[in-house]
Structure formats: C-alpha cells, structure tokens
Write a protein that binds this ligand. Structure first.
Ligand SMILES: CC(C)(COP(=O)(O)OP(=O)(O)OC[C@H]1O[C@@H](n2cnc3c(N)ncnc32)[C@H](O)[C@@H]1OP(=O)(O)O)[C@@H](O)C(=O)NCCC(=O)NCCS
Length: 176
C-alpha cells in the first residue's frame, strides 16, 4: 500500500511530499522495524511491558522480535497482519490490522522523528482502505484519553470516540 504525506516528513529534506509505503512484515522487514523502534521509540509505546531495567535491553529486543513473530509471522499463532511503515524507503514505524469478530482493529506507532508530520494520518487512511477490502463491518481502534494525536487521527476519519476510564474506543462503520 502506498500514499503520500504532505510537506516535511523524514526523508524529504526539501519539503516535498514523502512517499509512504506499507511493507508487509517478513524477517528482513522485522529487522528494520527493530532498528527503527530502538532508534526512535520507547519500548512501552511499541510492545507489551518486559520487566528489567529501562530502555532497549537485550531482553526487550528479543521480546520485540518474538512478539511480532508470534502475532504475525508464524502461521500457527498469527492473529494480525503487520506492515512496516516506510517513509521514502526508511522504516519509521509499524501498522497492523487484527480481526475481532465482525470488526477489524487497527494499530499504529511511529518513531519520534516521524510524528506530527501527517504520516499517521496517511497510514491510517491506508489501513482504512485495506479494511474496506475485507468483509468486516466495523473499523475499530483504542487509545488513551491523553493521546491527542491518536484521538485526532481517529476522529478525523469520522470514527465515533467513546471514553470509558482510561480507554478511548473508536468505531467507524464500514458498511450500512
Ligand atoms: C499517534 C500517532 C500514530 C499519530 O501519528 P502522527 O503522524 O504523529 O499524526 P499526524 O501528524 O498525522 O497528525 C494527525 C492529527 O493529530 C494531530 N496531532 C498529532 N500529534 C499531536 C499531539 N501530540 N497533540 C495534539 N494533536 C496531535 C495533528 O494535528 C493532526 O490533526 P489535524 O489533522 O486535525 O491537524 C503518533 O504520534 C505515534 O506513533 N505516537 C506514539 C505511539 C502511539 O501513541 N500510537 C497510537 C496508540 S493508540
């Protein structure tokens, strides 16, 4: 899947539109994704908690790889499709779609340098287009009340947002 973000996304030093590509996860893409996560994201933003000292310890790097292999790459355990978000061929994050009954759940993280530049909006648009090719009835996502970027992205798509405690649930109907 391909799209463009306006302006100054990473890799577009002259300020032209950046080419955004969603690359299906495989082992080479997973290695690039780990590098992007280590370089520009906090472990808690991109994977479940792992006990131990803070930062990208060897245990957390191994857990990150195991997490994606289990959820996407190993056909016997896979529950979701994951893509590496490339901006002008450089990995900057991950996007995913997971089926839950009649709904498809979207998830996304970007490295710090790629945030706030329109990449998330374009990736979300690509995920929604992909979801529309399935027979799912609803596009759903969840975030936290303090995640203004994610809330703005989801509201901008036309999703209905409902806050309950520390969770914001977003729902967008895909068909009447
Ligand atoms: C949340 C995230 C995916 C948003 O992607 P992004 O590329 O930064 O967002 P965009 O630049 O496309 O901006 C989308 C909208 O959010 C707004 N926005 C982005 N960051 C924001 C922030 N920190 N505070 C307030 N609004 C913000 C933008 O203004 C824009 O709104 P607009 O179109 O109405 O002007 C990204 O910041 C991220 O990966 N964060 C860390 C991981 C995470 O929180 N993932 C989501 C978990 S549910």
């Amino acid at each position: 899947m391909r799209g463009v973000a306006p302006g100054t996304a990473p890799g577009s030093p002259c300020g032209g539109p950046a080419l955004i590509t969603l690359v299906p996860l495989d082992e080479p893409a997973l290695a690039r994704l780990l590098d992007a996560a280590v370089a520009g994201a906090d472990p808690l933003e991109v994977m479940p908690p792992v006990t131990g000292p803070p930062g990208w310890t060897a245990a957390r790097r191994a857990a990150f790889l195991a997490f994606h292999r289990g959820r996407s790459l190993d056909p016997s355990t896979a529950v979701e499709r994951t893509w590496v978000v490339d901006v002008d061929s450089a990995a900057v994050g991950a996007a995913r779609l997971e089926r839950h009954g009649d709904a498809v759940e979207a998830g996304l993280w970007l490295s710090r340098a790629a945030r706030g530049r329109g990449v998330g909006r374009e990736v979300t648009r690509l995920l929604l287009a992909e979801a529309r090719t399935s027979d799912a009835a609803r596009f759903i996502a969840s975030t936290t009340p303090d995640n203004h970027g994610a809330r703005s992205l989801l509201a901008g798509l036309g999703a209905v947002l409902t806050t309950e405690g520390d969770e914001v649930a977003a729902v967008l109907r895909l068909r009447p």
